[in-house]
Design a protein around this ligand. Structure first.
Ligand code: ATP
Ligand code: LTN
Length: 336
């Protein structure tokens, strides 16, 4: 019997800063795990990064660094496709057609647009506004079935589905409707310093995040300082005990233990022991990734070779969709 066709996954991460434990648990680690069951395309979303002003040399460096990190985290570029968004022109080509099928009103409702324009009032540019259209193009150009993202991206996924549904309605069946894929536990890792806020690489308080490249001493120090509460009981309760619960999620991710296991393990012990255990589990889990990252990044030609091959494979898939869409909307195509 023919093997059932595997579902296709696409996801992206912006090269806007040094990746954190939040990016790893919420996104990259799952990307690596999903490779066993799906055909995956993973990209560094450099075009999306341009919606916020970037220093050109830094953006170039970070794009290669992010690619190296994905490889270090276990993305397998031989069985799957890894590439840089700007290396595949079809994303922008499709984006224009989709933009002409997206309403001003629906883009105005996007919370990320509202947040980012409040954060950068001096640079509320057109790209920031049409960001979700480009993201829809990223997904639809590959007819991806599933899109693994953190909770913050669900609204962008909804609009991608809306755009696809509308296009299919007007021009006939063209796009697969993508589903979000949000891992339950690691969906949102919170700041270690302010557990009500998302752990974010752009945080001004460096104690709030753990970087993928932090060494063991730094990791131990950051967890030691992590904000908890004063009742010294390790118990999972996101509302009443956000700091402790966040540490429990991190510990559970790296040890596979359930919340009940963790509560039992630290019953009668203070937060000192608990924080140390979380820090050590994190440092142990990140150590091989960090070492691989350093090794891979030192081999620039290997990384660039992977990206070149990835772009060629991605473009073959994406160009077919663009040709189909151009034909459907009535753009004149000449015989080749
Ligand atoms: P910034 O810190 O600048 O706001 P970011 O860390 O959110 O950016 P992105 O490139 O926008 O980085 O996100 C990459 C992926 O990581 C997305 O799928 C996002 O949902 C996920 N992600 C980011 N931060 C977290 C977090 N704290 N917990 C879980 N997932 C996260
Ligand atoms: N918007 C996402 C990054 C991103 C993405 C995508 C994710 C760009 N294109 C396509 C999934 C699918 C972010 O900011 N995390």
């Amino acid at each position: 019997m023919a093997e059932e066709k595997r579902k296709r996954i696409l996801s992206g991460i912006q090269p806007t800063g040094a990746p954190t434990l939040g990016n790893y648990i919420g996104a990259v680690r799952n990307w690596a795990l999903l490779q066993n069951d799906y055909d995956c395309l993973y990209m560094v979303a450099d075009l999306h990064a341009l919606t916020v002003r970037q220093a050109p040399a830094e953006l170039r460096r970070r794009t290669r660094e992010m690619a190296a990190l994905l490889l270090a985290a276990g993305i397998d570029p031989t069985h799957h496709v890894m590439f840089v968004q700007s290396h595949v022109p079809a994303h922008c080509e499709l984006s224009w057609v989709l933009a002409c099928n997206t309403q001003f009103g629906e883009l105005s409702r996007m919370t990320q647009f509202k947040d980012k324009s409040a954060k950068h009032p001096d640079n509320v540019n057109g790209g920031l506004f049409t960001y979700p259209v480009l993201m829809a193009a990223d997904i639809l150009v590959y007819n991806a079935d599933l899109v693994p993202v953190g909770q913050d991206q669900t609204q962008h996924l909804e609009i991608a589905r809306d755009i696809a549904t509308r296009f299919n309605g007007i021009y006939g069946d063209t796009f697969v409707l993508p589903e979000g894929y949000i891992s339950a536990s690691g969906a949102k890792i919170m700041s270690l310093a302010e557990p009500a806020k998302k752990m974010s690489k752009s945080d001004t308080n460096a104690n709030g995040f753990v970087l993928m490249t932090d060494d063991k001493d730094t990791i131990l120090r950051k967890f030691k300082r992590a904000v908890t509460d004063s009742d010294e009981v390790v118990r999972f309760d996101r509302e009443a005990k956000p700091g402790v619960s966040n540490l429990m999620v991190i510990y559970s991710t790296f040890t596979g233990k359930t919340m009940a296991d963790i509560e039992a393990e630290f019953a009668g012990k203070g937060y000192g022991d608990f924080k140390l255990a979380v820090a050590e589990a994190t440092a142990d889990a990140l150590a091989p990734v960090k070492d691989e990252y350093a090794r891979i990044l030192a081999d620039k030609s290997y990384v660039d070779g992977v990206l070149k091959e990835g772009a060629a494979r991605a473009a073959r898939l994406a160009d077919r969709t663009v040709a189909k869409v151009y034909r459907k909307v009535g753009l004149l195509q000449l015989e080749r």
